[in-house]
Design a protein around this ligand. Structure first.
Ligand code: BES
Ligand code: MN
Ligand code: ZN
Length: 490
């Protein structure tokens, strides 16, 4: 997709004009001229277009030109969320329309707390999201490919052009990362194995000068003494991988941001086997891995002047005659021993060794991303990711990046009282902390491996994918992570 920014008068006449209309019939943002405003008022009066949030109306023009009206709701309720919703609705209608060329006049709208850079970035992100198709294996009924080729973000003033251009460029790079992340997470677990993830990471680095990917196998993971990670992969016939992707866009002396992604390509629960209903969704248990790789892909695409390393421990969690059993005690790479009381609490077991491994990169910060607990979904639902951290400044920065990027997270407390729930009579700690505060005790477990590091944990169990009729990966939190890296990595 070709994204550009332009003043209203620079827009081609053949482009489908996307114009926002409030629920009082007034246009919000730019338009092609007084005729559009008159038309919007007329359609409002006749109740053919009410301008409510969620409304869209496509009208033919002369020749190839079209007009796509999108409802903005009341002026009072205009904010980041309602603006993004309007862009999402407009993008879906645009893709359905079959237009080849489009201009978002609505992007010139002043939105509280959203500057021109982000308005443009949202346009590119959400148009690409509307174009996204799951790499399915349906043998019939495929939709025909979209004809959309070019999208222009309209600005009100030439002084806004530079920010809008940076915005669409960042949004297009973001979309590259989100697409990779969604593709990987949507694949079935019989395709997307740890070996496949390693190959996908290697493929991502092809032709990228600033990006190096190494994929370690079982022998090397053993040599690193990752006893906790190894205890999870034991029951599986698929070999594990430890993926390291180093993006270096800044001088080597600059300490990297390290992103760690949980890469359980399928989580059966192991010997602590899960209930059958919905178990297919545990193919999404590598979403953390998919999003940290997606973030690296986005940074490389943007040629961002930052240093970021992604670490992905990846394996399956399977029951078998060789699988780890409840009560087994394992020794992590850090030397701390863990009593595995529940083999379904496997994410923390692979992540703790990855956190220890991250120390060799002398990181500025370490952020792990994981579909870690069902408890987080109960606590926060699917709207915000759970955030836990041992550093207030890092936590605040992630909260802010989440807000700005429309990919929010919410902080949960981490205190010694929660860590105490992990006490074991037989080892340094247990891998579960009882029924209460399950999302936090999982975070507290990881915290024990982050001593001396500036560290944060994102539990994306509720946000990384949708269930039900819209089942599929959301690509979250690539947007949050990219925003954080672009803002704090330079
Ligand atoms: N991958 C799951 C967490 C999960 C659950 C993600 C539901 C998305 C939706 C994780 O490995 C797990 O099984 N966690 C257990 C922990 C428990 C045994 C302490 C859980 O949440 O039930
Ligand atoms: Mn599990
Ligand atoms: Zn899991």
């Amino acid at each position: 997709m070709q994204f550009t920014a332009s003043l209203s008068r620079g827009v081609r006449r053949s482009a489908c004009a996307i114009i926002g209309v409030h629920d009082d019939g007034e246009i919000g943002g730019a338009s092609r001229g007084p005729a559009d405003a008159a038309l919007a008022r007329r359609l409002h009066k006749s109740r053919d277009f009410n301008g409510r949030a969620g409304d869209t109306l496509l009208l033919p023009g002369d020749g190839d030109s079209r007009l796509l009206l999108v409802g903005l709701g009341s002026k009072k309720s205009l904010n980041r969320r309602t603006f993004r919703r309007a862009l999402r609705d407009a993008s879906a209608a645009l893709v359905r329309s079959g237009a080849a060329d489009a201009a978002f006049f609505v992007a010139a709208l002043e939105v509280p707390e959203v500057d021109g850079y982000y308005r443009a970035r949202y346009v590119a992100e959400l148009v690409e999201a509307a174009l996204y198709r799951i790499p399915d294996q349906k043998t019939s009924g495929k939709p025909r490919p979209s004809s959309l080729k070019s999208v222009t973000v309209v600005v009100a003033d030439s002084a806004d052009l530079a920010a809008a251009r940076r915005g669409v460029a960042a949004g297009a790079s973001l979309a590259v990362g989100q697409r990779l992340s969604k593709d990987l997470a949507n694949l079935p677990a019989n395709v997307c194995t740890p070996t496949y993830l390693g190959a996908a990471a290697t493929r991502m680095a092809r032709g990228q000068r600033n990006l190096k990917v190494r994929v370690l196998g079982l022998a090397e993971i053993r040599r690193l003494k990752m006893g906790s990670f190894l205890s999870v992969t034991r029951g599986s016939d698929e070999p594990p991988r430890l993926i390291v992707a180093e993006y270096r866009g800044a001088p080597a002396a600059k300490a990297p941001i390290v992103l760690i992604g949980k890469g359980i390509t399928f989580d059966t629960g192991g010997i602590s086997l899960k209930d059958p209903p919905g178990m297919d969704e545990m193919k999404f248990d590598m979403s953390g891995a998919a999003t940290v790789l997606g973030t690296i892909a986005a940074l490389a695409d943007a040629k961002a002047p930052v240093n970021v390393t992604a670490i992905v421990p990846t394996c399956e969690n399977m029951p078998s005659g060789r699988a780890t059993k409840p009560g087994d005690i394992v020794t992590s790479m850090s030397g701390q021993t863990i009593e595995v009381l529940n083999t379904d609490a496997e994410g923390r077991l692979i992540l703790c060794d990855a956190i220890t491994f991250s120390r060799r990169f002398k990181p500025k910060v370490v952020i792990d991303v994981a579909t870690l607990t069902g408890a987080c979904v109960i606590a926060l639902g699917s709207h915000v990711s759970g955030l836990m951290s041992n550093d207030d400044q890092l936590a605040d920065a992630l909260l802010e990046s989440g807000r700005r990027s429309g990919d929010p997270c919410w902080r949960l407390p981490l205190t010694d009282d929660y860590a105490d729930q992990l006490r074991s009579n037989f080892a340094d700690m247990a891998n579960i902390g009882g029924r209460e505060a399950g999302a936090i005790t999982a975070g507290a477990f990881l915290w024990k491996f982050a001593a001396g590091l500036t560290w944060a944990h994102l539990d994306v169990a509720g946000t990384a994918y949708q269930t039900g009729a819209a089942k599929g990966s959301t690509g979250r939190p690539v947007s949050l992570l990219l925003d954080y890296c672009l803002t704090h990595g330079r």
